[in-house]
Design a protein around this ligand. Sequence first.
Ligand SMILES: NC(=O)c1ccc[n+]([C@@H]2O[C@H](COP(=O)([O-])OP(=O)(O)OC[C@H]3O[C@@H](n4cnc5c(N)ncnc54)[C@H](O)[C@@H]3O)[C@@H](O)[C@H]2O)c1
Ligand SMILES: O=C(O)[C@H](O)CO
Length: 382
Amino acid sequence: MAKPISIEVWNPSGKYRVVSTKSMPGTRWIRLLTDNDCRLEICTEAKTILSVDDILALIGDRCDAVIGQLTEDWGEVLFSALKRAGGTAFSNMAVGYNNVDVEAANRNGIAVGNTPGVLTETTAELAASLTLAAARRIVEADQFMRAGLYEGWLPHLFVGNLLKGQTVGVIGAGRIGSAYARMMIEGFKMNLIYYDLYQATRLEKFVTAYGQFLKANGEQPVTWKRAATMEDVLREADVISLHPVLDKTTYHLINPERLAIMKKDAVLVNASRGPVIDEVALVEHLKANPMFRVGLDVFEDEPYMKPGLADMKNAVVVPHIASASKWTREGMATLAALNVLGKIKGYPVWGNPNQVEPFLKESATPPPACPSIVNGMPSSKL
Ligand SMILES: NC(=O)c1ccc[n+]([C@@H]2O[C@H](COP(=O)([O-])OP(=O)(O)OC[C@H]3O[C@@H](n4cnc5c(N)ncnc54)[C@H](O)[C@@H]3O)[C@@H](O)[C@H]2O)c1
Ligand SMILES: O=C(O)[C@H](O)CO
């Protein structure tokens, strides 16, 4: 018998039962659901990561939809339970959905939503922050100050890397990778080399136009290059930021062989998913190459770090906070709620998951659509 899970209930007489496995920022998402005849149950269990059994208990015998988190394991067990409970929709409160077995959702006829776009700039800004923190040794210097070790200016004190005119390498030049690239190019006049399975045409056009603008103003123009191989990026770039999805093709994309071809004083940033880097190999590389620096938002075995990483002065580590701005987190909650609400109401899927702004206007009624469904499941009946 599963242990009862503590919940908070909104609009108890609502016709559709929607469960959120976590409390989420803002109140608009709650209003949107309760104004549309949903009884909303928010899990209030004081436990950071819910187990599959916890979520089974939340789903219960009758449940129309669930809003879940990237820390949860959404596979056959949960999707079949949701189907048995009469459910048709699930949304991650995240753009990444590597925690979701989409095939299992398909087998059970469950629509799977995610929250693209609203976190693009916020995540890119954190990647840029990690780049600067690593390149300019901000955390080490902060710790030095707080330890009372500063005795006065010295020519060699915390010398780091200049970004201006250097080359930024982006692996995965999708929404976030392209936004990050623009920040580093506009902000620091870096040249771009990128690797993606697809051509980032808009990004290339931007760099070309910005280069022409700089030239017309008597400055050194910036340049771009689409690399034929990932290795080309790793060899040439001074700063490399990882922004691909996590799947079989990107698991341990950064491995010992690839670390070995990177510049000895390169900066590597990861705000995608932890398993994109072989973290054990990274720790060895950091030990052997003190001038090599990393900025990490994500880890291979979250919430843990591989042994030795926490001791490395050439690593800046933060706890998966790349999308953590108020506007973004409230927007993610809104998109997740509208994904499941749209399915419950039988709305179609919004045509362009890269343009979700119409759903985010605080005072406007959102369009009658599911902002982003990744498996194209047909809507349930009204
Ligand atoms: N740290 C965080 O808090 C945080 C926040 C948001 C997103 N993310 C992660 O970032 C990822 C990217 O988000 P996005 O909105 O930019 O997605 P996106 O789909 O726009 O971009 C992903 C890009 O990766 C590319 N790609 C896929 N396989 C590749 C491969 N083998 N080699 C090179 N490129 C490859 C795709 O072609 C695409 O352009 C998400 O899937 C998520 O895992 C993390
Ligand atoms: O994929 C995502 O959205 C992040 O990891 C959390 O914002």
